[in-house]
Design a protein around this ligand. Structure first.
Ligand SMILES: [Ca+2]
Ligand SMILES: [Zn+2]
Length: 498
């Protein structure tokens, strides 16, 4: 009896592993650029129309507390790629993507997925590493390469290399060959439609075209991983697609309680004079201007949404919708005038908090359609992708496996985490105002911020003060929590250096 049970067990075991190997899920990772968490309907935005993301959240899982550990494109993308804190390789100033370099490319998650039988592809903004060397790095890392130069273009001509190249043979020639324009830096590929002959739009039209190209040229015997890095909704915000140009025209757009000059004047002087304030101040001075800018930004968000709808239909047509996990996130947030700030970089919520929606058709139906409140980070994505592929997380990766939260109950999870921003923008030259470096500890209830160059500390009680308006660092009542936060910061700073 026992013997036959063991035999049956063994039989089941071997059948299971073969079936599992055959049906490893595909992963479609959609990464938007500079999109804060609350710019979509499913995150309670009262204005933005985002039916496709909302549906993805309703059919999948939405994460209400999702953050980035380093809030700027290049660094966040390198953190995602390596699953490591930036500090582990660099103190920052010149090469933001120093943790992702050719010497450790085989330690990144796409390389590991490839080693484990995945066919891999990349489409859109890359922005990791410096110049041609950085592109070369991406080209070597993926089977299909559709990465674009710099931030990528909003508008392309129909016969542009980026649009027509299939991403498998002439990988180096795939970059946009559209004529540079005048309004944007002329040394970069043109963004915007002015002066172009027959343009199409990057995110709503090019992305589905490129994804179809990837799907038709891939090795169909293998499961795939495809990362799509959207151009939207990063500035310039005037370049939204024509098909959404009428959206939000007549909508009243609410702005945050701290998007005003009074809040701006409350900030320490070094922050008021930093790059984060340059643009916001001028917008806040004229009523209505900020709302108009936000309308354009929201059109770009809806442009992505339209593209996601097209992608889901393509997956359905290809018979891939039941075995393809879709992950939607953003590389960093964006201020919309809060505290008089613009851009990102600083450790306030608007800058570090991003959307995360995971649609996983392979998990039980009753586990879907949920909201998960645990704090998840961009440094977790690499470990999570490997977990989906059934690959053990290497010890050098700092992140946690988000999929555990999706499939298991009572998961032991982080209660706080470390934020780092070591870059000053000095490498961009003297024409930009510097960015102020910062570090922070973000817990469920508190945020502690250190501006190391100025030795200025801030402490916010997030539960009572979600808009971070009342710095209680000097309140004697908070002595204990302040001491704890200082200790945590110095611990994490050293820990991630290794
Ligand atoms: Ca970005
Ligand atoms: Zn182009």
């Amino acid at each position: 009896m026992l013997k036959s049970l063991i035999q049956v067990g063994l039989l089941f075991f071997s059948v299971y592993t073969v079936a599992e190997r055959k049906s490893k899920p595909n992963i479609l990772f959609l990464l938007s650029d500079d999109q804060r968490w609350d710019s979509q309907g499913c995150y309670d935005n009262p204005v933005v129309k985002s039916p496709e993301i909302d549906r993805l959240a309703a059919e999948g899982i939405r994460f209400s507390n999702s953050f980035v550990t380093f809030s700027v494109s290049s660094a966040s993308r390198a953190v995602i790629l390596t699953g490591r804190y930036s500090r582990s390789r660099s103190n920052g100033d010149d090469n933001l993507a120093a943790i992702a370099c050719p010497e450790n490319w085989d330690q990144t998650f796409p390389a590991i997925l490839k080693q484990n039988g995945y066919y891999t592809g990349y489409i859109g903004k890359w922005d990791i590493g410096v110049g041609e060397e950085g592109f070369q790095y991406g080209i070597n890392l993926f089977d299909y390469w559709g990465g674009d130069r710099w931030h990528g273009n909003y508008w392309h001509e129909r016969d542009c290399n980026f649009v027509i190249n299939d991403g498998t043979v002439h990988k180096k020639e795939i970059f946009c060959s559209c004529v540079p324009g005048k309004e944007w830096d002329a040394s970069l590929p043109r963004t915007g439609h002015q002066g172009m002959k027959n343009p199409i739009h990057t995110d709503t039209e090019v992305v589905p075209l490129k994804v179809s190209s990837f799907l038709s040229t891939r090795d169909k015997a293998k499961p795939f991983f495809l990362q799509v890095s959207f151009r939207s909704p990063k500035d310039p915000w005037s370049d939204y697609p024509q098909e959404v140009s009428d959206y939000y025209k007549d909508d009243s757009v609410p702005v945050s309680a701290t998007a005003n000059l009074q809040s701006a004047l409350k900030q320490p002087e070094f922050l008021q004079n930093s790059m984060a304030s340059d643009h916001a101040r001028s917008l806040l001075k004229t009523p209505g201007r900020l709302q108009n800018e936000i309308r354009k930004h929201y059109r770009l968000v809806t442009g992505i949404d339209v593209a996601i709808g097209k992608l889901r239909r393509i997956l359905e047509q290809e018979g891939l919708s039941e075995n393809t996990i879709i992950v939607f996130a953003s590389d960093n947030g964006a201020f919309l005038g809060e505290h008089g700030f613009w851009g990102k970089w600083l450790p306030y919520e608007e800058s570090i908090r991003v959307p995360l929606v995971i649609f996983d058709p392979t998990i039980d139906k009753e586990k879907r359609g949920r909201v998960i409140d645990e704090m998840v980070l961009n440094v977790d994505y690499a470990s999570t992708f490997l977990s989906i592929a059934g690959v053990k997380k290497p010890s050098y990766m700092h992140g946690m496996d988000i999929r555990k939260l999706m499939t298991e109950t009572h998961v032991k999870w982080r209660k706080d985490w470390y934020y780092e921003f070591t870059w000053t923008a000095k490498s961009l030259g003297s024409y930009v105002t510097p960015i102020v470096p910062s570090e922070a500890i973000r817990s469920e209830n508190w945020k502690y911020i250190l501006f190391p160059d100025h030795q200025v500390e801030q402490l916010f009680h997030l539960k009572n003060d979600p808009f971070e308006t009342d710095n209680v660092v000097h309140n004697p009542k908070n002595k204990k929590i302040l001491a704890l936060m200082r200790k945590k910061l110095s611990y994490y700073r050293d820990y991630y250096k290794k």
